[in-house]
Design a protein around this ligand. Structure first.
Ligand code: ZN
Length: 297
């Protein structure tokens, strides 16, 4: 085990102090090994989408990563996969289907890309029991309003299977990142169950507005508030009171294993926000449990 039991004790103390049964972490990555190796090589190169030194804290074999999350008391997590080119999503979906079948604490994940086949394979993924989709606007370099996705969004609106969507312009902007494409998408599909990754970093305010305005739009905390994120994209102090109002729309996410700091830090920056214990219970567990129909405490 490369990770210490001391660290697991510190993680468990956070949810035990709140009298929770554990944590729901909506934003973690498990991928086919060759894909994960490429992702890690990219972070190692500090390429333009990353832009800075980014050591991967939890680089280890897959079974070690799974048991690390279990040692931490993570009751549910995801295996977020995403394509950067056509004819890749369906293969990733097959892998994620298999991964979820072998890891009952993993939320069955799927993804899509604007391509002719998307409507059909998203339909199959939903029928196969997908519980969360992932869309990465920067890496995929597509517009969420691309007409090739119309059939995808309408099925997602109908079935209310949530989509974790990385659509903010952090850590580097893309051709279609930022709030405007999402504003247009929500205008067309106002009931879409979107989970805006990274609190919409760095465009925190407009994405928080969407979460407060649209009943099915949520935010995940992934990397937000950490020392690493605050250096380049600080969360505005004057938004804190509206953060308190959005307590039932915010879900904890970590980006495990691809984070340049320890898991405890991701938790402690949230307990340090000055919110009350019920807000923390909602964010660490209850909102995710409700959204994904996980047993309530
Ligand atoms: Zn991520």
């Amino acid at each position: 085990m490369p990770f210490s039991s001391h660290e697991a004790d510190r993680v468990r103390a956070v949810w035990q102090d709140l009298d929770l049964p554990g944590i729901v972490d909506v934003h973690t990555h498990f991928m086919p090994r060759p894909v994960m190796d490429k992702v890690w090589a990219y972070f190692d190169s500090a390429g333009p989408l990353v832009g800075r030194e980014w050591p991967i804290t939890y680089r280890a074999d897959e079974d070690v990563r799974v048991s690390t999350l279990r040692d931490f008391g993570i009751r549910a997590y995801s295996s977020l996969v995403y394509p950067h080119k056509p004819d890749m999503a369906e293969w990733l979906n097959g892998w994620a289907n298999d991964f979820a079948a072998h890891h009952e604490d993993c939320l069955h994940t799927a993804t899509f890309y604007p391509e002719e086949s998307a409507t059909a394979y998203v339909s199959r993924a939903i029928q196969a029991g997908t519980r969360v989709f992932k869309s990465h606007i920067q890496v995929g370099d597509y517009s969420p309003t691309d007409s090739l996705l119309d059939g995808v969004w309408s099925q997602i609106a109908d079935t209310q299977v949530p989509v974790i969507i990385h659509c903010g312009s952090g850590p580097a902007p893309g051709n279609h990142t930022g709030p405007e494409p999402i504003r247009a998408l929500l205008h067309r599909f106002p009931s879409l169950p979107l989970i805006i990754a990274h609190m919409g970093m760095p465009e925190y305010e407009p994405f928080l507005d969407f979460a407060l305005e649209y009943p099915n739009v949520h935010l995940d905390t992934t990397m937000a508030f950490t020392d690493f994120a605050e250096e380049n994209a600080p969360f505005p102090a004057d938004l804190r009171s509206r953060l308190a109002d959005a307590g039932d729309k915010i879900l904890f996410g970590s980006d495990f294993p691809n984070i340049p700091y320890g898991y405890t830090h991701a938790l402690e920056v949230i307990t340090g926000l000055g919110m009350d214990d019920d807000w923390l219970r909602n964010v660490f567990y209850r909102n995710g449990a409700r959204l994904f129909a996980i047993e309530q405490h």
